[in-house]
Design a protein around this ligand. Structure first.
Ligand code: ZN
Length: 172
């Protein structure tokens, strides 16, 4: 049994929010007072980052930060709000993700001209991107060595180097 559970968890993709989260999210969205202890961490996280805990930020913060590290696009997160029957627009999701990024709660990873992922682990690390499947996963920072960087233009310092290694599945 233990072995089976181990196999399932090893093969599971990025963690998704708990299935029973939807009623809680709808309660917060409606502005009902909540004394659920699980929300306290999200409120603290937002306030600690200097953000007022609006209902949009609370709902998205709870989806993003309640379970392990996640890589999501605005569309993926918008799907999750729709599944929880929360009438939030894609533009609101996108703006909120950008606010979270501006204050350092998220890291934005641009993987192509049109796709950006938001990473709940803002520490420095790199990524594999499976192009045909729009899947992003971590490479530890120490697994990538960069020997040569170009000279920075006058007046600039390097603030970070992000590596995205693009993958394609081998044809069977
Ligand atoms: Zn990551």
């Amino acid at each position: 049994m233990e072995q089976m559970i181990g196999q399932i968890s090893r093969h599971r993709s990025a963690p998704s929010p708990e299935p029973d989260l939807a009623p809680e999210l709808r309660m917060i969205w409606r502005g009902a007072p909540s004394d659920l202890h699980r929300w306290i961490d999200v409120i603290r996280l937002l306030r600690g980052a200097g953000l007022r805990p609006t209902r949009q930020r609370l709902v998205l913060g709870r989806l993003l930060f309640s379970k392990g590290n996640r890589h999501v696009t605005a569309a993926m997160l918008h799907d999750e709000t729709m599944k929880a029957r929360i009438p939030m627009s894609l533009a609101t999701v996108y703006n909120t993700l950008h606010h979270f990024t501006e204050v350092g709660l998220l890291r934005r990873i641009g993987v192509s001209g049109t796709i950006a992922f938001f990473d709940t682990n803002p520490s420095r690390h790199h990524h594999f991107f499976v192009e045909d499947e729009h899947m992003l996963f971590d490479i530890p920072a120490e697994d990538v060595g960069i020997d040569t960087l170009p000279a920075t233009p006058t007046g600039f310092d390097v603030s970070g180097v992000d590596v995205v290694v693009r993958l394609k599945r081998r044809p069977c």
